[in-house]
Structure formats: C-alpha cells, structure tokens
Design a protein around this ligand. Structure first.
Ligand SMILES: Nc1nc2c(c(=O)[nH]1)N[C@H]1C(S)=C(S)[C@@H](COP(=O)(O)O)O[C@H]1N2
Ligand SMILES: [Mo]
Length: 194
C-alpha cells in the first residue's frame, strides 16, 4: 500500500505509466558514420566559447543517474537508470557571463528547446550516454542527449550539438508550435495556454 501510494505520487496528473520506451521526434534519426567530426559547442553569454570533440567528451567523468521521465503525450516511464556526464562537470570548463539566465539546447537538424539556466544547472539534469546499461540507441539520441527529468521529456534534447546561454527566454522548436515555455509535468504545463 505504501509503495503504491509512493508510485502514485511519482506519476503527474494526466499521465499513464508505460514499461516500454516510446520513440518520439521530429525529423530523421541522424546516422553518424564518423564521430571524428562530432562536436559539442558551448556559446552565447560565456567568457569564451568551448568546444568538446567526441573523444574529449567521452573522457569526462561519468555518473549514474536514476529518474522518472514524463512525456507530454501522456506516457511516463519510471525508474530509468542512466549513465552520463553531470552538468557541473561540463560547466567547470565554462565561465558564464552574469547576464546568462536561459539556455537554448541545439540538436541535429536545427531542432531546439529552451529552459531557464537554473533548470539546466539542477543536479538532476545531465548529458546521457547510456540507458539501462546500454549505449543510447540511435533513436534515443546517440551519442549524447540532454536529460532534464523534472520537465516534460521534450526538453530532453536528443542528438545534442550545442548549448547556448542567453539573457532572455526564446521558444525552441516545440515551444514555437504550441508547447509550454517551461513544461512542469506536475503542474500540467503542456501547452502555451496551460
Ligand atoms: N533532437 C530532438 N530531440 C528531441 C525531440 C526531437 O524531435 N528532436 N523530441 C523530444 C520529444 S517531444 C520527446 S517526448 C523525447 C522523446 O525521447 P525518446 O524518443 O528517447 O523517448 O525527445 C525529445 N527530444
Ligand atoms: Mo514528446
């Protein structure tokens, strides 16, 4: 009983628990022949731009993360176990300008999503490399995806390629197409009118 109550508390309003791992995105799954050309760029309101090669990013310290994820299309997946890089371990190499208050995540093919800096920096946000002990599948964001578990899963950019720091908020891809600017699943911030 107490366990059930606990699980119920973890499922936001209007969500159903799934045991599968649905795949959802706009556009095509990028296929990487040569990761020698992959980079992760950090730009915008920083003292100096930073660029990680694939090799450099793979050398960053790894940690395990456990969380629940909530998709705006009403599925939630509990008890995910991931391996990834903490945001703080990347930000150690970045000097933010004091005006930086928002983040725009840039993925392959120009796909973007926006979030406040504080949410990006939360210790539960991270760069995922593995899920369930396996390297990320191409359709789930290989080689690197962002995971921001306390916001709806559309903020968790797959195929991440750049992080931009900004003074003002600006809608990303789904946010321009009717989704909420913030997207808290426990407050059901699904659409821009919520
Ligand atoms: N680059 C990119 N990342 C993306 C998306 C996308 O279209 N492109 N879709 C988002 C949405 S709407 C969801 S629900 C999740 C789905 O992640 P999954 O396919 O691993 O379940 O990815 C998010 N990240
Ligand atoms: Mo989604």
């Amino acid at each position: 009983m107490s366990e059930l109550t606990g699980i119920r508390d973890r499922v936001p309003p209007g969500q159903r628990v799934t045991t599968g791992f649905p795949v959802l995105h706009h556009g095509d799954v990028p296929r990487y022949g040569d990761l020698g050309r992959w980079t992760l760029k950090i730009f915008g309101l920083v003292e100096e731009d930073v660029e990680f090669t694939y090799e450099a990013f793979m050398q960053l310290p790894r940690r395990e993360f456990a969380n629940d994820i909530h998709c705006v299309t009403t599925w939630s997946k509990l008890d995910n176990v991931w391996e990834g890089v903490a945001v703080s371990d990347v930000m150690e190499r970045v000097k933010l300008k004091p005006e930086a208050k928002y983040v725009m995540l840039h993925a392959e093919q120009g796909w973007t999503t926006n979030l406040p800096l504080a949410d990006f920096l939360k210790e539960t946000s991270f760069f995922a490399l593995k899920h369930g002990g396996q390297p990320l599948a191409p359709e789930h964001g290989f080689p690197v995806r962002m995971v921001v578990p306390h916001l709806y899963f559309w903020k968790s950019a797959k195929w991440l390629r750049a992080i931009e720091f900004r003074a003002t908020d600006k809608p990303g891809f789904w946010e321009r197409n009717g989704y909420h600017m913030y997207g808290d699943p426990f407050r059901e911030q699904r659409y821009d009118f919520d």
